[in-house]
Every structure is written in structure tokens, then in C-alpha cells.
Design a binder for this molecule. Structure first.
Ligand SMILES: Cc1cc2nc3c(=O)[nH]c(=O)nc-3n(C[C@H](O)[C@H](O)[C@H](O)COP(=O)(O)OP(=O)(O)OC[C@H]3O[C@@H](n4cnc5c(N)ncnc54)[C@H](O)[C@@H]3O)c2cc1C
Length: 387
């Protein structure tokens, strides 16, 4: 196969193409050997955090004045496509730790809070999680019920968060709770909290996940956990805007990760069709199957362009909510179509965990759901269009 055709390199300036190659080599060397095992055995591979730190992936998207490498959004998208093409679990960790936590803090936390936690997040000594979702508050974030009751100078948190990626392992959590349940989104407040404090219990999510089985998903149960006044991010009542801002940073990783899954599905399918013979010739010679590769290929190029367009607009300071919604919606849905085709094109092999396509298909479901489902992205787009 002509692999160069599906890589981003030829559309990038040489400095960015060589940046992509470096991350690709890292991903294929350090992450690929474990990708199938961690999916089959379940549970997060802690060593990958140190590997990410050493390779500069944790500090990458953080500004230099905050101890990071100062990547722009396009670099982050390129890096997360490369990681996503190899291991959805590792890319999911990065989206949360870097996007939802470190980048969210960078945008909204005080100087003192950033100085207190950023060095440990960027070195990988500490892991971060972002605790927003509740049983009754999924897409409808503003209806969250986790309470932060005033207690002297600080607060006491009561309630339960679910589906929190990195939640069982995290040392630090951004937690969203309401200081006034009757105030809707205006009561939501963001806290930066350690996870080893009395009053917090953590449990693995019940059941076996469809995808992202090598990730850590937990419930966080708050039972009067103390939060100090200087642990509020921004001011009381600003949490909804902080949650939305954090999700904006994470979604670019999700969209780019979907492009990675899409690319992997196309590469695996092309190589398989070239190698596998039926009816006396390679499957790749059948036009009905060639058409499927062509469709996957065009959708891959389109998805990547939407993601890069969004990253470039963010770097230029002109990004809108719709840019990201279009990129996440299209990239995740197109990758789902590609992963399904990959399973089908591999025949019985596509049906077994001994081959990667079924893992791609299971993982992509997660990307279509978290950080705003595909339907929610459509609502954002339609609202924008309708004014
Ligand atoms: C693998 C994984 C990792 C996650 N990690 C985190 C994390 O780290 N932190 C965190 O806080 N959360 C996390 N989540 C939770 C995730 O963000 C939510 O699952 C998601 O926002 C959807 O919420 P819900 O599951 O409650 O679905 P619901 O909101 O109940 O939606 C159910 C269905 O209804 C649709 N729907 C809802 N409202 C509308 C509407 N107005 N119009 C049309 N359709 C609608 C949805 O699209 C969906 O199809 C994770 C979830 C998964 C699966």
C-alpha cells in the first residue's frame, strides 16, 4: 500500500511533518506493543504516563510560561492523531490529563493554583481527572446536583460523579458542584481538589465497557469532603463556563483521535485486501472492495481537514463552537463508518480480538459519546446556523 497517501505529512510544512513522524515513531515503539494486551486484560498501564512525560507529550500543549513546550493547537491535533492511530486508551488518557485538566487550569485557574499543581501534572508525577458527569446530568450538564455547601470559609461537597476517566488513579480532580441547586448553571462552581482527602470514595465503574477497556473509569462519591476557599477555580458560579471551556480543549483531542482510528482502519483494510486471496486473486483486485477503500480514504482526508481547520482557527483566535462541533461530529462519525468497514473487510478476522479492527470499532463508540455526543454536536451546529 502507498502509506504516504493516508498520513498527514504531505499536507504539512516540513517542520510539522517531522514533528508528526517523531510522535508516530514514539507511538509505534512505546504504545503499539501494549495496545491489544491492555484492551484484553483491562486496566490502565501507568508506565505510559512516564513515557508520555519523557516524550514531551504531557507538557506539549501547555504554554512555555507555565512550564510547557508551547505547542499550538495544530501540533496538538497532529500529535493526538498519531497516538489515536495506535492506542485509543492512551489517547483518551491524554485528552483528559492534558486537555480537560492541564489546559483547563491554564485557562481558568489562578497563578497560585497553576504554580501549585502544573509542574507535577507535566512531569507525570500526578494524574488529573475532570469530574462533571452525574447519573442525572449527562448531556444536560447544567442540571448537575452534586452540592457544595458553605462551611466557614470553605465548602463541603456531597454527591456522586460517574464515568470519570482516570478517576481511580488521579491525584488531582477538577470537580463541578453547585453552590445553589435552584440557580441552574449560575450555581455551578469548579474546584481543584486532591483525591486523597477524607470524604471522597472512588469505585470502578460497574460493568464491562464496550471500548476503552484499557482505561480507568471510576465513580467519585463525595460525602462531605472539605474544599477550601482557595480551591475554587475562578469564582463561585463560574463553573459552567469553565466546564465548557475545558471541554473545548479536550474535544480537539477527541476529533484528532478519531482521525487516527480512521487512518488505522483504512491502513489495516488496505494491507489485508492486498494480502488475502480468494477466488484465485487478491481481494484488493475486486472493484466492489476497492470502492470501500476509496470511500474511507476520501472521508479520512475530509475529517482531517476539518480538524486541522478548527485547530488553525483556534490558533488564529477566531475559533467558534461550531468549528469544533463540525470537526468532532464528522471525524467521529466518519471513523465509525471506517471501523465498521474494516471489521467487514477482514471477514471472520475482523470479528476477533486477535486482529485490531474490532477494537477500533468498540473504541470509536466512546469518542462519539464523551465530551458531547454526536447529537449534541448537531444541536450546536443547528443553533449556530439558525442564529
Ligand atoms: C468512555 C467514557 C469516558 C468518559 N469520561 C468522562 C470524564 O472523564 N468526565 C466526565 O465528566 N464524563 C465522562 N464521560 C461521560 C460522558 O461525557 C457522558 O456519557 C456524555 O456526556 C453523555 O451523557 P449521558 O451518558 O448521561 O447520556 P444522556 O445525556 O442521557 O443521553 C442519552 C442519549 O440521548 C441523546 N440526547 C441527550 N440530550 C439530547 C438532546 N437535547 N437532543 C437530542 N439528543 C439528546 C444523547 O445524544 C444520547 O444519545 C465519559 C463517558 C464515556 C462513555
Amino acid at each position: 500500500m502507498n502509506r504516504a497517501r493516508i498520513l498527514p505529512d504531505s499536507d504539512l510544512a516540513e517542520s510539522l511533518a517531522s514533528f508528526a513522524r517523531e510522535i508516530r515513531e514514539f507511538a509505534e515503539d512505546k504504545l503499539l506493543p501494549h495496545a491489544r494486551r491492555i484492551d484484553e486484560e483491562g486496566g490502565f498501564r501507568r508506565e505510559c504516563v512516564d513515557e508520555f512525560a519523557q516524550a514531551g507529550l504531557l507538557a506539549g500543549p501547555i504554554a512555555k510560561e507555565n512550564g510547557g513546550a508551547g505547542w499550538n493547537s495544530l501540533q496538538m491535533a497532529i500529535a493526538h492523531e498519531e497516538i489515536g492511530a495506535v492506542c485509543g486508551n492512551s489517547r483518551g488518557f491524554l485528552a483528559v490529563h492534558c486537555g480537560l485538566v492541564a489546559m483547563c487550569l491554564e485557562a481558568f485557574a489562578s497563578r497560585e493554583q497553576i504554580d501549585r499543581v502544573m509542574p507535577r501534572l507535566l512531569s507525570g508525577e500526578n494524574i488529573g481527572c475532570f469530574a462533571l458527569t452525574e447519573e442525572e446530568a449527562g448531556s444536560d450538564v447544567a442540571s448537575l446536583q452534586c452540592r457544595a455547601d458553605k462551611d466557614g470559609d470553605g465548602y463541603r461537597l456531597t454527591g456522586k460523579k460517574i464515568w470519570i476517566t482516570n478517576g481511580g488513579l488521579a491525584d488531582l480532580a477538577i470537580v463541578f458542584a453547585t453552590v445553589d441547586p435552584s440557580a441552574g448553571r449560575k450555581g455551578i462552581t469548579a474546584f481543584l481538589l486532591p483525591t486523597d482527602r477524607e470524604g471522597l470514595r472512588r469505585e470502578r465503574m460497574p460493568g464491562k465497557e464496550l471500548g476503552h477497556r484499557g482505561s480507568d473509569h471510576a465513580e467519585l462519591i463525595f460525602d462531605g469532603m472539605r474544599a477550601e476557599a482557595d480551591e475554587v477555580i475562578g469564582a463561585a458560579g463560574e463553573g459552567f463556563a469553565i466546564a465548557m471551556g475545558g471541554l473545548q480543549a479536550g474535544r480537539i483531542s477527541v476529533a484528532a483521535g478519531a482521525v487516527g482510528i480512521h487512518r488505522a482502519a483504512l491502513q489495516l483494510s488496505t494491507e489485508f485486501l492486498e494480502k488475502r486471496e480468494q477466488f484465485g486473486k487478491p481481494l484488493a483486485s475486486f472493484q466492489m472492495l476497492q470502492e470501500r477503500l476509496a470511500d474511507m480514504y476520501v472521508e479520512l482526508l475530509a475529517a482531517r481537514q476539518l480538524v486541522h481547520r478548527c485547530a488553525r482557527r483556534r490558533d488564529a483566535g477566531i475559533e467558534t463552537l461550531s468549528d469544533l462541533a463540525a470537526a468532532k461530529l464528522y471525524a467521529t462519525e466518519a471513523a465509525a463508518r471506517a471501523a465498521e468497514q474494516a471489521v467487514m473487510l477482514h471477514g471472520s478476522r475482523g470479528y476477533s480480538s486477535a486482529h485490531p479492527p474490532e477494537r477500533l470499532l468498540r473504541d470509536i463508540f466512546g469518542l462519539r459519546i464523551y465530551e458531547g455526543t454526536s447529537m449534541i454536536q448537531k444541536l450546536i451546529l443547528a443553533r449556530d446556523l439558525l442564529g
